[in-house]
Structure formats: C-alpha cells, structure tokens
Design a protein around this ligand. Structure first.
Ligand code: PEP
Ligand code: MN
Length: 337
C-alpha cells in the first residue's frame, strides 16, 4: 500500500499517522520527492482500512500495490536510487563501467588489467576470487589469495572493486570490497540474500538464467527487507532456444525494470554472449537503451585465461569501447534533454 501525502503535511498529524501504521505491525518506507512525500507500507496491510487513511487531512491518495515486491517498487520510491561507491556513483544518470578479468589469476595479471581499464575510463574493477563453475574440475578461483590480489589492485589504482560472494562464510574476507556480487546461480539463494541484506555494502544481484523480472525484484526485496537498500540489478542474458550465443541478452530488461523499480540497472554483455566479438555491439545497445552501467570482462591474454577467455576482450579493444560508450552516453543524455 502507498499513502501519498499532500504537500507540507502537518508534522503532528503525520507523526500520528506513522505511529498508527506502526502499531498495526506494518513497516513504513518513506520517500520524499520534490513535491510529495510517499509512505510505502510493507507487511501485512490487509487489516489497514484505506478509507480511514484517505479521510485524513494530510493524505492526498491511498493505493494498494499489487506487486509482491514493495521496497524495490518504483511506486514506493519514484526517484532513481543512486548508490555511492568510493568517489563514484551508480545510478542517477552516470555511466558505471565495471571491467576486469573473469578471475583474478596472478598479481601481474590483475595489476596489469586494472591499470589498463582505469586508464581507459573504467569506474570499477571487477574480478572473481570465488568462482561458480559448472564443472567441479574447472578452475575455481584463487579464493582468499585472489581477494588479496584484487584488493592490492584496488590500492594500486584507487578503483573500487566488485567481486562475487558465494557463501556466507566468505563474508569476513570482504571487509574492503566495495560491491558484493551475487551471481546468477545464487540469485535465489535466499539465505545468502538475507545475509548480504543484514550488512551495509552495496549488493549487485545478477539475474538467473531462467528467472523473470519479478523473481529478480523479489531477490532484491530479500536484501532490502533486511535493511540494505543499496541494491544493483544486473541483466546477464537468459537461456533461450538460441545456442549460437552463450545466453540471450534481454535488452528489454532495461526499460522494463526502469518502469518497475528505482534500482540501478547494469548490463553484462560478456556472459550474455560468450563471444568477445559481440561484446562491443551489445554494450553500445545497452547504453542506448539507458542502462546505468556495464560489466565487461577484460583480459590481457584471453587465449590463456583460466575462465571465460572466449568472451573476454583485450585492453586495447576495451579502450576503444569505453570511449564509444561514453560518447554515446553523452549523446543519449543530450537527446533526453
Ligand atoms: C561472473 O560474473 O563472472 C559470473 C560467473 O557470472 P554469472 O553469475 O552471470 O554467470
Ligand atoms: Mn566470467
């Protein structure tokens, strides 16, 4: 349920309304926009009489929200969420560029790639230390050592880092990580979502290969219901009948999620295609569609990569792409006025 207040509501009446709602065991998510304040009611609102609230002087309108996700719903929070990370931000019109190798493989590799992507304009460094691999015989990531090397690259370049958390037991190692990634395979690992919801670092949730927008938003809701509102959504391709590409990039996710939620939306063209040659075109289409950012796998020597080499682009190709994306982003902003 959302309660839209008239402008400049009487503070005592507003506090009275808040207390009454809380006494019903329902939580309030308050959002103050330029002209109106919205109270988003989360919990079992079935016993709340909408007519009673509508009759109050300070209330303009009351609506029931049908969608099962509340905190993540744009109806609760009409303005885009902007998440500050280091000295950069995600959302709010900026173009976030997360780049780096699929896996941290060695000190030389991660430092070289980190310096290269920074010089090209990446705003965040991404690299995996704990890797969710389909085969138990594939390289599983360097684990704790990989995290240490990633943080070394953060220190060297000043880039904030994003890396995947696969299990709650790894969380104490993530103290200096800037954004926690929840991978596609863990999108509905509800215990893990609750755990990252109970801490305060931003969380990027990747859409599962066979999950709907609503399911993705319910995963965001799990994190937000624990009190962590810093959630970023990532579309990384879904499984379809097509086998030429690794997955099928659902570009409609950008305008669709933009309507449904206020959370920032990142597109990952690398996992979506599995093919380095397709990454640039799809990255550009994501910028044109209005994505808040990109996640791009970059490797200094893709043929020798221990993970996802075929979809990794080289630093020189990333340099060209980063310039093109920024130019297109500027152009799109001018078009939108
Ligand atoms: C990754 O980001 O490296 C990864 C494994 O992606 P996904 O969870 O989208 O498959
Ligand atoms: Mn990868």
């Amino acid at each position: 349920m959302i309660v839209i207040l008239k402008s400049n509501p009487n503070p005592d009446q507003l506090q009275g309304l808040r207390n009454w709602i809380l006494s019903k065991g329902v939580q309030i998510h308050e959002s103050t926009g330029e002209s109106h304040t919205i109270l988003g009611l989360v919990g079992d609102t079935s016993k709340i009489d909408t007519d009673l609230i509508s009759a109050l002087d300070i209330v303009e309108n009351v609506k029931r929200v049908q969608e099962p996700y509340k905190n993540a719903n744009r109806k609760f929070h009409p303005e885009d969420t902007v998440i500050k990370v280091g000295n950069t931000q995600i959302g709010g019109g900026s173009l976030t560029i997360m780049a780096g190798p699929c896996s941290v493989e060695s000190e030389e590799q991660i430092i070289e790639v980190a310096k290269a992507v920074k010089a090209s304009g990446a705003t965040m460094l991404r690299g995996g230390a704990f890797k969710p691999r389909t085969s138990p015989y594939s390289f599983q990531g360097l684990g704790e050592e990989g995290l240490r090397l990633l943080l070394l690259a953060k220190k060297e370049t000043g880039l904030p880092v994003v890396t995947e958390l696969m299990d709650a037991s790894q969380l104490p190692l993530f103290e200096d990580v800037d954004v926690i990634q929840i991978g596609a395979r863990n999108m509905q690992n509800f215990n893990l979502l609750k755990i990252v919801g109970a801490q305060d670092k931003p969380v990027m949730i990747k859409r599962g290969a066979a999950n709907t927008y609503e399911e993705l938003l319910m995963s965001a809701e799990y994190v937000m219901a624990q009190g962590n509102e810093k959630v970023i959504l990532c579309e990384r391709g879904i499984r379809t009948f097509e086998t030429y590409t690794r997955n099928t990039l659902d570009i409609a996710a950008v305008p669709s999620l933009r309507t449904l939620t206020h959370l920032p939306i990142i597109i990952d063209p690398s996992h979506a295609t599995g093919k380095a040659a397709l990454v640039s075109t799809l990255a550009m289409s994501a910028v044109a569609a209005g994505a808040d950012g990109l996640l791009i796998e970059v490797h200094n020597d893709p043929t020798k990569a221990l993970c996802d080499g075929p979809q990794s682009i080289k630093p020189d190709a990333f340099d060209v792409l980063a310039k093109k994306m920024k130019a297109l982003h500027g152009f799109m902003q001018d078009l939108e006025g």
